[in-house]
Write a protein that binds this ligand. Structure first.
Ligand code: ZN
Length: 185
């Protein structure tokens, strides 16, 4: 991350929209945007599989389900936030991960310029790979600022994306999780 380049780019952006970047009220803006971007994009270059950390022997091969993981990401088309929740289910083979570590995978992959569809798939792939899971299902529900505040201006639209791997590609396995999550299949 290069904060100086972000600050310069913000000044350039302000000038390009017809603002005066030297207007006193805007004096702190380049700094604040650079700080915000450092937080939004801290996941760039981090390895989501490694972020699963230490794994433990599985004592059961039944589903592990995490519901309502907080999600904040930035859409790569407009660089505006989309926010909502991720739900993860997986069927362990031999290993399980710490529950907080699964939320880490979401956080790292969300902290990059993203498309919700790709983010959903990348989370599923990281868990499938990292745990050699028999099945992985990831569902993301999110509201996009770019849909709420421009173009279609639909603040209430909730976008739902699904990625299934292994056994969860079979609708009967998937249905059980969807009903536990109270989501439509
Ligand atoms: Zn967008």
């Amino acid at each position: 991350m290069q904060p100086d380049r972000i600050r310069n780019a913000v000044r350039e952006l302000l000038a390009a929209i017809g603002e005066d970047p030297d207007r006193p009220e805007l004096a702190q803006t380049p700094d604040k945007v650079a700080e915000a971007y450092a937080a939004f994009f801290r996941g760039i270059g981090q390895d989501p599989v490694a972020s699963l950390g230490e794994t433990f022997p599985a004592e059961s091969d039944e589903a592990v389900i995490l519901k309502d993981i907080e999600l904040v990401s930035i859409c790569e088309h407009h660089l505006l936030p989309f926010t909502g929740h991720a739900h993860i289910a997986y069927l362990p083979s031999d290993r399980v991960a710490g529950l907080g570590r699964l939320a880490n995978v979401v956080e790292i992959l969300a902290a990059r310029p993203q498309l919700q569809e790709n983010l959903t798939a990348q989370i599923a792939d990281a868990i499938e790979q990292g745990l050699d899971a028999n099945g992985v299902l990831v569902v993301i529900e999110a509201r996009h600022q770019c849909v709420a505040s421009r173009g279609a201006r639909q603040p209430e639209v909730n976008t739902i994306t699904v990625a299934s791997r292994g056994r969860y590609q079979d609708v009967t396995y998937r249905q059980e999780v969807m009903s536990l999550l109270s989501l439509r299949n």
